[in-house]
Design a binder for this molecule. Structure first.
Ligand SMILES: O=P(O)(O)OC[C@H]1O[C@H](O[C@H]2O[C@H](CO)[C@@H](O)[C@H](O)[C@H]2O)[C@H](O)[C@@H](O)[C@@H]1O
Length: 269
């Protein structure tokens, strides 16, 4: 069998749980869709403290070229934040949990579903941070994240306060997204899954087999649509429901990405 046509199959190793193993993906037929925090990058005490390992930057750039541009970052972060983290590199991306999209490195970012959140709502939700100095507000304009990694005991109080505001505004088109030590309030009507579906309708993603890797609750919307798209999904940390396999940690995802390039080189030589 041509190595280039081999599919990733679950393979148990000590470090990678049942991730795709060391077998290669047919990169010219695949679309690599990669979550950022907790998947590509190790989690950090605050959003601005994440670090992109130089080897990861190299792998992503080379994979972008090897997939003819069909590699995208799929994140809850805004596109401007994604670009700041990965600067000077630029990648196709779905940002803000599906609120924004950039199909190629040459195209403009498009705010597909990002109506600005009502300023009064932003102000009310942001005021919840006054509960504790350790609560960090991340205002994305179209959504607001309340981070409590530095004040984990405030989780219940935060959700309670958010519920109280929502009860006051039962018709507001907003939803609450729980994440890792974060409670995010965003417009309803879009998710990472709607973002990925839109992205996959465009060249160079169109017609390829999506391969999604994610770790968080919000990534479950994408895990759920992969079978219908004839795609593959892998979770990080825990084994999420319906995935094809999982990695132990972001370092294992990074090692797998590097190995994809090595495997292709081996076939080419
Ligand atoms: O969809 P992702 O790319 O996984 O982004 C999810 C959220 O990631 C960021 O917050 C998380 O990572 C921080 C840095 O490691 C960490 O301090 C925080 O506790 C995590 O929740 C980001 O700030 C959010 O906007 C994203 O929605």
């Amino acid at each position: 069998m041509n190595q280039d046509l081999m599919e990733p199959v679950p393979k148990k190793t000590a470090s990678m749980a049942d991730g795709p193993g060391s077998r290669m993906l047919p990169l010219r037929e695949s679309a690599l869709l990669l979550d950022i925090d907790g998947t590509l990058l190790d989690l950090a005490p605050s959003p601005s403290e994440v670090r992109v390992p130089p080897k990861l930057a190299t792998s992503l750039s080379r994979l972008l070229a090897r997939t003819d541009g069909a590699l995208a970052l799929v994140s809850g972060r805004s596109l401007s934040d994604i670009d700041r983290i990965f600067a000077p590199m630029l990648f196709p991306a779905v940002g803000g949990h599906g609120a924004e999209m950039r199909i190629s490195t040459e195209s403009e970012a498009v705010a597909t579903h990002a109506p600005p959140m009502n300023p009064d709502l932003i102000r009310r939700f942001a005021a919840i941070a006054e509960l504790h100095a350790g609560i960090l507000v991340e205002n994305k304009g179209y959504s607001l994240a309340l981070h409590f990694r530095k004040a984990p005991d405030t989780e219940q109080a935060i959700y309670h306060a958010v519920s109280a505001i929502r009860a006051d505004l039962p018709n507001a088109p907003i939803e609450v997204l729980p994440g890792k030590f974060v409670c995010e309030i965003k417009h309803s009507g879009f998710t990472k899954a709607t973002g990925v579906t839109e992205l996959m309708a465009h060249e160079p993603f169109k017609g390829r087999r999506p391969v999604f890797v994610g770790d968080d609750v919000t990534d479950e919307t994408v895990f759920a649509i992969m079978p219908d798209m004839k795609g593959l999904s892998f979770s990080v940390g825990r084994r999420a429901q319906g995935v094809d396999g999982h990695f132990h940690a972001p370092s294992d995802v990074r090692a797998w990405l590097a190995r994809l390039l090595d495997d292709e080189r081996a076939v080419a030589e």
